[in-house]
Design a protein around this ligand. Structure first.
Ligand code: ADP
Length: 473
C-alpha cells in the first residue's frame, strides 16, 4: 500500500517561505545596489564636469588676456596646488602639437590616450571625456575646449580619490546588504515558524486524537483565521466521521437483529420438527416456514443493498416517461383487495390532464406501493386514503394521505432511517426499510420525500420529482 503513496515533500513550508524571502531580498538588494551606484556615478560625473568647465573657461580667459605666458603661470599654480598626480593641463596648437604642458610625469600612457581624443567642433564650448590611461592604475575625466584662435585647451583630473570614496560607499552598501539579508532571513524564518505554529498545533492535536475518541473536538487556539478555519473544517470532518460510524453501528446492529430473528425462527422450526413425529406433514410445514423466512431474509438483504447503492449514487436510474395517473390507479387497484379487508376507501384524485414523469417506472411503483402499504397498515377500519398528483413547470408531485395516527413530530425524520420503526409500530409487521427505500429512490431521481400530519387525523407523504433530472440541468 505504502509503495503507492505519492512521495512526501522533504522541505517544510517554513523553509520554503524563508528561501523565497531570502531570494526576494537578495534581488531587491542587488537592484538597489545597482541603482544607487548608477545614481552616484552620474552625480559625480555631473559635479566633476561643472568643475572642469569652470576651470577650463578660466584657462581660456587667461589665455585670451595674458597669452601663453599667463597660461603657463596658471598651469604651474594649479599643479602646485593640487599635485602633478592629480591633474594635468595642456595647450595644443591647431595641428595638435603640444605648446604647453603641465607636469604629466605621473600620467603614464596619457599621451597615447590624448591622441585619440575627439576635438570639439564648436569653439569655446568644452567637450567631456573619460580617459583610461593604459599604464595608469586610475581613470580620469577630461574637458577639451577649442579656443577662439583654434588651439585646444585640455584639463584633466585623476579620479583616483573619487573612485576610492565611491568604492568605500559601495563596500559599505554591500556589507550592509549582506547583514540586512542575514537579519531579514532570520526574521523571515521566525515569522514563517510563527505562521506555521498554528498548523503544527493542529497536527499535534490530531496525532493525539485517540482512535476511539473521534467524538473529541480540537480546541480553537486563535492562532489566526486560516488556522481557525482549518480547525473548524477538521472538527466538521470528525463530526461527520463520528456520525457515519454511529450510523454504520446502528445499521449493523439492526441488520444483525433482523437477520438473527428469521434464522432463529428457521432453526426453531427445524428443531421442533426433528424432535416430533417423523411424518410428512410437519416436514412440509417446516419446509414452507424455511422458504418464507429465506424469502424474508433475501428481501431484507436486497433492499438494504439497493438503498446503499441509491444513497451512494451507484444505482442506475432509468428515466422513461411514466404516466403518473396510470401508475397511481394501477397501484390503487392492486391494493384494493387489502384495503377492502379493512373496509378502507382508496380515492385517486388526479387532474384529467396527462401527468408524465421521467423516471424509473418499476422503482417509482415500488415507492408508491411502500407508501400505500403503510397507509393501509396504519389507517383504522373504515378510513379513507387519498392518492393525489399535481404538476408545475419544474416538477411533478404525488401524495398519499391516510387516516392513521399520524407521525409523532419527534420521529418525523427518524422514520426515514434504515430499520427505524416507530414506537407504536413495533408490534405490527414490517422491517423499517420501506420509507428508507422510498426516500433513497426519490432522492436518486433528484427529488424529495416528506411527511406532514394532516390537520384532522393521519398524515400525508409527498414525493416531489423534478421534470428535468438535476445532472442534465
Ligand atoms: P415499517 O412500516 O416496516 O415499520 P417503514 O420504513 O415503512 O417501516 O416505516 C417506518 C416507521 O414510520 C414505521 O414503523 C411507522 O412508525 C412510521 N410510519 C410509516 N408510515 C406511516 C403512516 N402512514 N402512518 C403512521 N406512521 C407511519
Amino acid at each position: 500500500m505504502s509503495s503507492n503513496n505519492p512521495p512526501r515533500s522533504t522541505h517544510t513550508v517554513a523553509s520554503r517561505l524563508t528561501l523565497w524571502y531570502a531570494l526576494f531580498y537578495t534581488l531587491f538588494c542587488l537592484v538597489m545596489l545597482l541603482a544607487v551606484t548608477a545614481v552616484m556615478n552620474s552625480n559625480a560625473v555631473k559635479r566633476m564636469d561643472q568643475y572642469l568647465s569652470a576651470e577650463i573657461d578660466e584657462f581660456n580667459a587667461i589665455y585670451e588676456t595674458d597669452g601663453i605666458e599667463g597660461l603657463a603661470k596658471e598651469f604651474r599654480q594649479e599643479a602646485e596646488a593640487y599635485g602633478a598626480q592629480k591633474l594635468f593641463c595642456r595647450l595644443l596648437s591647431p595641428n595638435r602639437e603640444p605648446r604647453l604642458t603641465s607636469n604629466i610625469a605621473g600620467w603614464e600612457g596619457l599621451d597615447a590616450e590624448l591622441r585619440a581624443v575627439a576635438v570639439p567642433t564648436v569653439p569655446l564650448q568644452p567637450a567631456f571625456q573619460m580617459l583610461y590611461p593604459a599604464a595608469s592604475p586610475f581613470n580620469a575625466r577630461m574637458a577639451t575646449l577649442k579656443t577662439a584662435d583654434g588651439h585646444l585647451l585640455q584639463f584633466g583630473i585623476n579620479l583616483q580619490s573619487e573612485n576610492r570614496s565611491r568604492q568605500k560607499i559601495q563596500r559599505f552598501l554591500i556589507i550592509g546588504s549582506v547583514l540586512f539579508l542575514g537579519v531579514s532571513t532570520l526574521f523571515s524564518w521566525v515569522v514563517a515558524q510563527r505562521a506555521m505554529a498554528g498548523v503544527k498545533a493542529v497536527t499535534r492535536a490530531v496525532s493525539f486524537t485517540r482512535k476511539d475518541a473521534l467524538d473529541q473536538t480540537l480546541p480553537l487556539e486563535k492562532k489566526g483565521r486560516e488556522i481557525d478555519d482549518l480547525v473548524d473544517a477538521f472538527n466538521g470532518m470528525l463530526a461527520r466521521i463520528q456520525s457515519l460510524i454511529l450510523e454504520i453501528k446502528e445499521v449493523s446492529d439492526n441488520v444483525a437483529h433482523d437477520l438473527r430473528s428469521p434464522i432463529t425462527r428457521m432453526r426453531g422450526a427445524a428443531e421442533t420438527t426433528l424432535m416430533g413425529p417423523q411424518e410428512i406433514e410437519p416436514y412440509r410445514e417446516m419446509g414452507s416456514t424455511i422458504l418464507e423466512e429465506c424469502d424474508r431474509l433475501t428481501g431484507i438483504i436486497n433492499i438494504t443493498l439497493e438503498i446503499a447503492q441509491a444513497e451512494s449514487g451507484l444505482l442506475e436510474i432509468r428515466r422513461n416517461p411514466i404516466d403518473l395517473y396510470a401508475l397511481l390507479s394501477d397501484a390503487a387497484e392492486l391494493f384494493q383487495p387489502v384495503a377492502e379487508q379493512k373496509n378502507i376507501r382508496l380515492d385517486v384524485r388526479i387532474e384529467p390532464a396527462p401527468l408524465t414523469l421521467p423516471g424509473d417506472q418499476t422503482r417509482i411503483q415500488r415507492v408508491v406501493a411502500n407508501l400505500l402499504d403503510n397507509a393501509i397498515k396504519y389507517t383504522p377500519e373504515g378510513g379513507e386514503i387519498v392518492l393525489a398528483a399535481t404538476a408545475d413547470k419544474q416538477s411533478v408531485r404525488f401524495s398519499i394521505s391516510d387516516a392513521g395516527p399520524g407521525i409523532d413530530p419527534a420521529e418525523t425524520e427518524r422514520i426515514f432511517e434504515r430499520f427505524y420503526r416507530g414506537e407504536q409500530s413495533r408490534s405490527s409487521q414490517g422491517n423499517g426499510l420501506g420509507l428508507s427505500f422510498a426516500r433513497s429512490i426519490v432522492v436518486a431521481h433528484g427529488g424529495t420525500l416528506t411527511v406532514e400530519n394532516n390537520p384532522d387525523h393521519g398524515c400525508t407523504f409527498t414525493a416531489t420529482l423534478p421534470l428535468v433530472p438535476p445532472e442534465t440541468r
